[in-house]
Design a protein around this ligand. Structure first.
Ligand SMILES: [Zn+2]
Length: 98
């Protein structure tokens, strides 16, 4: 994969977008144009966490990293990180499903 700069135009039109904050553990709805305004700790995703998820029970995170208090993203949303989004600038472990 080439390492190109991410732009909001790279994602398909989707009016249901969300962002996950590793600081607060919250998932909140965003617009496509908001993606470029997100902080590095706010990760754009295309799906909300599933309330039926047995790992996070719909919270979107499974645990907290003890040193940083960052919320560890559940795989039920980490596999819905927006395509083309560069996760290498996020210094937290993400159990990305490939
Ligand atoms: Zn989950």
């Amino acid at each position: 994969m080439e390492n190109k700069e991410y732009t909001a135009d790279d994602i398909p039109n989707n009016d249901r977008l969300y962002a996950f904050s590793v600081i607060t553990g919250q998932v909140f709805p965003i617009q496509k144009d908001d993606i470029k305004l997100l902080f590095k700790y706010q990760i754009p995703i295309t799906n909300k966490p599933k309330s039926s998820c047995k790992k996070c029970f719909g919270r979107g995170y499974t645990s907290m990293e003890s040193k940083t208090n960052f919320h560890i993203m559940c795989s039920c949303i980490s596999k819905h990180i927006i395509e083309g989004y560069d996760t290498t600038n996020i210094s937290i472990p993400i159990p990305r499903v490939v």
